[in-house]
Write a protein that binds this ligand. Structure first.
Ligand SMILES: Cc1ncc(COP(=O)(O)O)c(C=O)c1O
Length: 310
């Protein structure tokens, strides 16, 4: 009989068995959603060898999210958290996988005004294939514009990746799935295109790659920044500007980017075919450039990788 190795998580400085990592039921973040997290991928780059993609940028964003929610006196430096991510992958024998660091408020005082509860750190890792499906990666996905709006900058701040911030995304995603779509695209309060439930959005129009600006209530996606740089290096003109749904319906190509979704083409929005109704040539070019960079096949982008051995 093959016994499965226990899943190990990193918590507050040590690797422990998942079974031992149970939470007290009065953990503050569990009740009110005040916590910050990240989603990070590692890719296999050789036999028994992995590389975490843009680890430095992800941990920097985690610390920014903590700052925005006033988790300021942290116990670990960026370098220690980066090291902990690699240790968690190693402890689970994962050369490729998804990392989920979470910084959360523990048990103590139970009110909304609690300020003295301990801050805890958790890092989990697991294998995760194509988030929006292998077929979606090749053929494109069907999407809808959500009836929900991206929260405003004066509500849940969109530059913070917060546990509670995902309620809106989950409701939009559930609505899309119930309506037979794979993903939802959200407008902001002003009616401009913002982003999808867990991805940033790009469109290609007359040879130009266009994406909403950071001020469009979007998360400052690390894959978004990666794609803008890859496009620039490939000589594809880029623009960050506001646009509305009608311009999006008329785009030649649309795709979504995110750590989980990587680069996923969109073939329809609200039952309107986008371009030829399949993955377009610019999308394919950037998708392939992205995977080459992430898998360590393009030495120009080696600086984005944190290599490790199992
Ligand atoms: C709401 C939202 N927008 C965009 C993204 C894409 O960000 P990144 O490319 O840094 O993963 C994510 C995923 O983290 C997200 O949850």
């Amino acid at each position: 009989m093959v016994t499965k190795a226990p899943v190990r998580v990193w918590r507050d400085g040590e690797l422990i068995d998942e079974e031992a990592a149970r939470f007290p039921h009065l953990t503050h973040t569990f009740h009110y959603g005040l916590g910050a997290f990240e989603g990070i991928r590692a890719y296999r780059v050789g036999e028994g060898q992995g590389a975490v993609f843009r680890l430095r940028e992800h941990i920097a964003r985690l610390l920014q999210s903590c700052h925005l929610i006033t988790f300021q006196d942290l116990h670990y430096s960026a370098a220690q958290l980066e090291q902990a991510c690699v240790e968690t992958l190693r402890a689970n024998g994962l050369a490729a996988g998804y990392l989920r660091p979470v910084v959360y408020l523990g048990a103590g005082t139970m009110g909304i005004g609690a300020t003295n509860n301990p801050i805890h750190y958790l890092i989990a890792a697991w294998e995760w294939g194509a988030y929006l499906g292998e077929e979606g990666m090749r053929e494109g996905i069907d999407t809808q514009i959500s009836s929900l709006r991206r929260p405003s900058h004066n509500g849940v701040m969109s530059k913070a990746k917060l546990t509670g911030g995902y309620i809106n995304s989950i409701l939009a995603k559930r609505e899309a799935i119930a309506n037979g779509f794979k993903e939802a695209i959200l407008l902001n309060e002003q009616g401009f295109v913002s982003e999808a439930t867990g991805e940033n959005l790009f469109m290609v129009s007359r040879g130009k790659l266009i994406t909403p600006p950071l001020s469009a209530n979007i998360l400052a996606g690390i894959t978004r920044a990666t794609i803008l740089e890859l496009a620039h290096d490939a000589g594809i003109p880029t623009e960050e500007r506001f646009f509305a749904r009608d311009e999006l319906y008329l785009a030649d190509e649309v795709f979504l980017t995110g750590t989980a979704a990587e680069v996923t083409p969109v073939r329809s929005i609200d039952r309107r075919r986008i371009g030829a109704g399949r993955r377009g040539p610019v999308t394919e070019q950037l998708q392939s450039a992205f995977f080459r960079a992430a898998r360590g096949e393009d030495s120009r982008y080696a600086r984005w990788l944190t290599p490790f051995s199992l």
